[in-house]
Design a protein. Sequence first.
Lengths: 292, 353
Amino acid sequence: MSGAAIGIGSARASVKRSRRTQSVLIHAILIAGGIIVMIPLAWMLSTSLKPPHQITKFPPIWIPDPFVWSNYIRAVTIFPVSFLVFIKNSMYMSLMITLGTVLSNAVVAFAFARLSFRGSRVLFIIVLSTMMLPQQVTMIPLFILFSKFGWINTYNPLIVPHFFANAYFVFLLRQFYTTIPRELDDAARIDGCGVIGLFLRILLPLSKPALGITAIFAFTWAWNEFLGPLIYLSRMETYPLAIALSFLRAAHGVLWSELMVVSFIAMLPPVLLFFVAQKHYIQGIVITGVKG
Amino acid sequence: MPVLLPVLLFVLALPSLQFVFGRQNQDMSAELQSSQTPWSRLLSSTAWSRRTLRQKEELIAYLLVSPWVIGFLAFILGPMLTSLGLSFTETDLFTLEFVGIENYTKLLSFDTTRTLFWTTLYNTAYYVFLSIPLTISVGFFIAMLLNQNISGQPTYRVVYYLPAVIPGIATSLLWLWLFQPEFGLINWALSLVGIEGPRWLFDRSTAKMALVLMSVWGAGSNMLIFLAGLQGIPTELYEAATIDGAGIWRRFRSITIPMISPTLFFVVVTQIIWSSQVFTNVYVMTEGKGGPANATLMMVLYLYQVAFRQYRMGYASAYAWVFFLILLVFTLILFRSSKAWVYYETEIGGQRS
């Protein structure tokens, strides 16, 4: 009796011990990887604060001596147009694109995930196939079209298409919707919920994490958008941050401190957004909805 | 330009279409709400009104997908067909001349002094087929580690995902600096282990590899999608399997792999499409040239040069179509193969009566 109890006890202890070594190992791998990920960013910050003669030191100096905070002022005043204009442009474009993306895709994905209508399969296959479509194949006619509209040097060509859903997000949201149990739909239907009610009261609240991902992805991609603005915007006062930076690179290719300063500023909005919102959208899908 | 007319008409018709659809949508929802009164619920139990309800639902479904349908016609199908039309012409926005299949024969000619197509195809394929296995396996590996209920998971998640949210322009400038042959951090790190670093972006034999290495830094976005997928697997499955005596490996193979396979499929397909469109990095790091000696001239960069630097819109359209068809073939192969390895809980289309 007691021997068996001791046996179980030591088996438990060894399981616990192997758990601990396993988690130590996982932490070790993750920390090592994390350091590799963070080093370039630390290097970016370090470079942004260096006096000129320390930039080209080899082996490199990690801590600038002294910290040259004036690099930041010089970097943002190097442009002929106020730096704030670029930030304002990027913000406007990103927020509008995010709005359009979330609104249109939440609705379209719902129809594909939950409603049965003739041609839905064919239509969904078309949706998927447009995801395979490189935007480059439509780029030239759209450029010609939008230039006929007089939309060159405006943000319309970059924003308006996002209000008409996008295959990637339709697919993403539909995948999330389909993991929400259909039993919930049936229960809601029995309780007298209509299609719109089902969408607004059941699926939308349960898919907050997925909508959060959509919004964050949409904002981040819009903020980081490069090819579109490069094609449509040619006046400096219309540039978003990304394009302004690429011209800084072309004009002052070796001003490493300044380039690192503006790169750091450009990455702040998506990075801060990610820090603030990451808890909400990572939680995953609420499958437990069926239990509660 | 006559080819553009249908597209023009469509986009011009957009506001009115939107107005009509918007109106109807409101009406429908009002009707639907009224159908929720006890009286109509009674009515709906008869076979006749159930049928109309289903028809109503179908109409609502069409209205809900209409934004996508309109967008598809105006911003995808219309322009695509126009692009196909343009590919048989030579046009620079102001003049238009029909040239038949000349663009294609020139583009796909095996005489490499006449076309850069094969160079760009090779460069892009090199980049795609090296960076995708790397970013996917790194992303999945980290997601698996993070999913082990370890402490500090949120912190790790933030750290690993961070590079993926950084704008391509900032990443490009940063890596340009890291790859700098004389004072760059990477060659310094190599020198610590006694390796003399190559000239990376300034050497045609290492320039593409530099871009691949850089892409692995952004593997965090895959990690996040995998992690969401892994966390979506009901823990009941694992519990039941453990009770049945399944070990770690068995649980991984019989639960994790099938349950994650739709996510994996999604990631593979989207990654192939996105990474083949690599542009920002190359544009910024090579000052829009794709050098040295065209070693990093990717397909989209070349397309951009031809269309928006040289204004050869017809030739560029032909190029875009060839690019599209290549991607299409790849994706179709993937989709065909997916039946063998992707496990879906609910069928595509979600048909259930």
